[in-house]
Write a protein that binds this ligand. Structure first.
Ligand code: TPP
Ligand code: MG
Length: 360
């Protein structure tokens, strides 16, 4: 697969501004409209965040092949603009909950790459004590409430978190990531109904990568327009290009405002594409999608799209891109080294973190 991010592969903009001015961002060039609300520093951070996820997960694939990671392991490669865009818009005290394809979101949320890799390696220093694994990353420090392996199971929990926020008169939001195949699960509908009925500050984000394992959405879902489910529950909703980090950020502005000020939920469909197999045990393309389809979609690699925009705007040289990329690779290597050298959880911890004593 092409994760080569060192040169632009998408088309160059056709209409370059005739006259460039000394833009407010100090680059000497007029920034594109979609850069509005972001600084050059932030754009670099967005690029770094996406590259870190990509390089980290490439190492996960390697570690899995070497048997260092066991159990299920679902890679997020191709979807990084969503995690990065969303996390860059919410506050540290907001809540995040997601399904099993959770490495990218955990990294973008700011959880330590070392603690994530140690979790994947099943080590004591892992973010869930080495007992959750790839699908169950959980970190109370960053209000990252998992990592859930049962499809749709976390959607009612998101509604519960939204209820808790409202009950405590807080103004946080709860962001809930959902795969498009989960929109057919009963719990999804129950949760959306209650979130709307009770005015809960939850932002439901459907990451529509078009497949649930090897089943295309057209074969599983009677109405492929997943956004109509918002109407069914009197909820605001919109569809956005999930490969474009700026588009993701922009639509989050509205959803966050609605959640904080009006305590109203939003359903967002973010259109994306999974570049790898469903999990590490599947082939990348398999029999359910063609190589052509895969290649066509990989032309819209979210990292390349951002890179190209920054490159065209004259604020990123290839040398700088290499530097950011090398840094991401070094962090992934450091996480691997840390995880590899960490001990497994001791036997005494077999039953810890299973139940909470609420009697005192
Ligand atoms: C209730 C339940 N049914 C079936 C499964 C098996 N399963 C695991 S992932 C998956 C597909 C989910 O696809 P989607 O929601 O689109 O998320 P994606 O994998 O594309 O991120 C299925 C059916 C499960 N984990 N839980
Ligand atoms: Mg899917």
């Amino acid at each position: 697969m092409s994760t080569e991010t060192k040169r632009p592969v998408t088309q160059k903009p056709k209409d370059k501004p005739a006259a460039r001015n000394n833009g407010a961002d100090g680059t000497g060039k007029e920034p594109p409209k979609e850069f509005a609300g972001t600084t050059p520093e932030l754009r670099r951070e967005l690029l770094h965040s996406m590259l870190l996820q990509r390089r980290f997960e490439e190492r996960c694939a390697e570690a899995y092949a070497l048997g260092k990671i066991g159990g299920f392991c679902h890679l997020y490669i191709g979807q990084e603009a969503i995690s990065t865009g969303v996390m860059s818009m919410i506050r540290p005290d907001d809540y995040v909950i997601t399904a099993y394809r959770d490495h990218g979101q955990a990294l973008a949320r700011g959880i330590s790459p070392r603690a994530i890799m140690a979790e994947l390696f099943g080590r004591d220093a892992g973010v869930s004590g080495g007992k959750g694994g790839s699908m169950h990353l959980f970190d109370s420090q960053t209000n990252f409430l998992g990592g859930h392996g049962i499809v749709g199971s976390h959607v009612p929990i998101a509604a519960g978190v939204g209820f808790a926020i409202k009950y405590r008169r807080g103004n946080q939001v709860c962001v809930c990531f959902i795969g498009e195949a989960a929109v057919n699960i009963g719990a999804f509908h129950e949760a959306l109904n209650m979130a709307s009925l009770w005015d809960l500050p939850v932002i439901f984000i459907i990451e529509n990568n078009r497949y649930g394992m090897g089943t295309a959405i057209s074969r599983s879902t009677a109405n492929e327009d997943v956004l109509v489910r918002a109407k069914g529950y009197r909820m605001e909703g919109e569809t956005v290009d999930g490969q474009d980090v700026f588009a993701v950020r922009e639509c989050m502005t509205r959803a966050i405002e609605r959640a904080r000020k009006e305590k109203r939920p939003t359903l967002i469909e973010m259109k994306t594409y999974r570049f790898m197999g469903h999990s590490m045990s599947d082939a990348v393309s398999g029999t359910y999608r063609t190589k052509d389809e895969l290649e066509e979609n990989m032309k819209r690699d979210p990292i390349l799209l951002l890179h190209n925009k920054m490159y065209e705007a004259g604020e990123l040289t290839e040398g700088e891109m290499h530097k950011i990329d090398d840094e991401a690779k070094a962090i992934a290597q450091d996480a691997w080294d840390f995880a590899d050298a960490s001990p497994e959880p001791p036997l005494e911890k077999l039953y810890t973190d299973v139940y909470t004593d609420t009697s005192s």
